[in-house]
Design a binder for this molecule. Structure first.
Ligand SMILES: [Cu+2]
Length: 335
């Protein structure tokens, strides 16, 4: 109950639906998703025709050979063995399965063996209970839950290649409009790629049950124009804000256990257990899409994240109201 109402509240509050992209496999916006969509339609048509033929024959027989009032009760004539019919119902299904197998294999190969162009963007995705870490090794940028990638113009594609790792249990990376599900497995490296052709926000979700807060392990892919993407990368590369007005809050952050779990550049914090906070305020959501990133929400999150996302891996820190206010004022400057 809590979960359901929480989710509705989250939807209403910051427009999960309003960004113009309901997670939907029927509106693909990237080559791998498009190929999977076309394959799905092809399979649907073939199985649909089989359904109509089998269902039609069944319905026809039921009606045509139904019991009539003047039946004499004897069985109709029985046919034993027909090589032709047996051949037909063995060979035709085999051919259909072969066609489905070959087309599927072709799509899987086409997606998996696609060669990355030299200027492709590399992103390492790390699944954590219950959030996503995104590393940009080419730029030295680390962020969480909101992946920014450049739009890819089909005439000169600039795809993003994703390397998927897990820090703990199995997860699955799924942004239905951009690519098929790719499992995120501990001690095993998986790959996938996307080349989104329309700027916008694409919503995704962990697609393999990974623990209590699996349902709130959401992700957003921001597909930016090249200029917007370059600007975003540039901003992420900047050192963390160090505003003397909030020195008290920074002090609280640095002497609290926060530093063991979080990284924040230019401070002693270099934990990897929780999201990188260097540019926390550049994100629109908190807790992997659990709530909007507002000052009030941030305060409630720090006070007791478990009240918002029960079972999440961030403990309540028992700060006094004043410490909490100062700490949040500091975090608010991390643009
Ligand atoms: Cu999960």
């Amino acid at each position: 109950m809590l979960g359901a109402s929480g989710l509705t509240a989250a939807n209403g509050a910051f427009g999960v639906i309003a960004v113009g992209s309901v997670p939907n496999i029927f509106t693909p916006a990237s080559t791998p998703a498009d190929q999977i969509y076309k394959l799905a339609l092809f399979v649907l048509v073939i199985t649909g025709v089989i359904f109509l033929v089998v269902g039609g024959l069944l319905a026809y027989s039921l009606v045509k050979f139904r019991r009539r009032p003047n039946d004499d009760g004897r069985e109709p004539g029985q046919i034993y063995g027909s090589t032709q019919i047996e051949l037909a119902w063995t060979v035709i299904p085999m051919l259909i399965v072969l066609v489905l197998f070959l087309t599927t294999a072709r799509v899987i190969h086409g997606i998996e063996d696609a060669q990355a162009p030299e200027h492709a963007l590399d992103v390492t995705v790390v699944g954590h209970q219950f959030w996503w870490e995104f590393r940009y090794p080419q730029y030295g940028v680390v962020t969480a839950n909101e992946l920014h990638v450049p739009v890819s113009d089909p005439s000169s594609p600039s795809p993003t290649y994703l390397t998927l790792l897990s820090a703990d249990v199995a997860h699955s990376f799924w942004v239905p409009q951009l690519a098929g599900k790719t499992d995120v497995i501990p001690n095993h490296v998986n790959h996938t790629w996307i080349d989104p052709q329309q700027p916008g926000v694409y919503l995704g979700q962990c697609a393999m049950y990974c623990g209590t807060q699996h349902a709130h392990m959401l992700l957003r892919v921001y597909v930016d124009s090249r200029a917007d993407f370059d600007r975003w990368i540039h901003e992420q590369q900047q050192p963390a804000a160090d505003d003397p007005d909030v020195a008290a809050g920074r002090k609280i952050f640095e002497v609290t256990a926060c530093v063991n779990c979080h990284s924040l550049r230019e401070t002693i914090a270099d934990g990897r257990f929780g999201p990188d906070l260097t540019h926390l305020m550049s994100r629109t959501t908190l807790g992997a899409g659990s709530m909007p990133n507002t000052p009030d929400g941030l305060q409630r999150w720090i006070e007791n994240a478990g009240a918002i996302k029960p079972g999440c891996q961030m403990p309540a820190m028992d700060l006094s109201p004043q410490e909490l206010a100062e700490l949040v004022a500091y975090l608010e400057t991390l643009r």
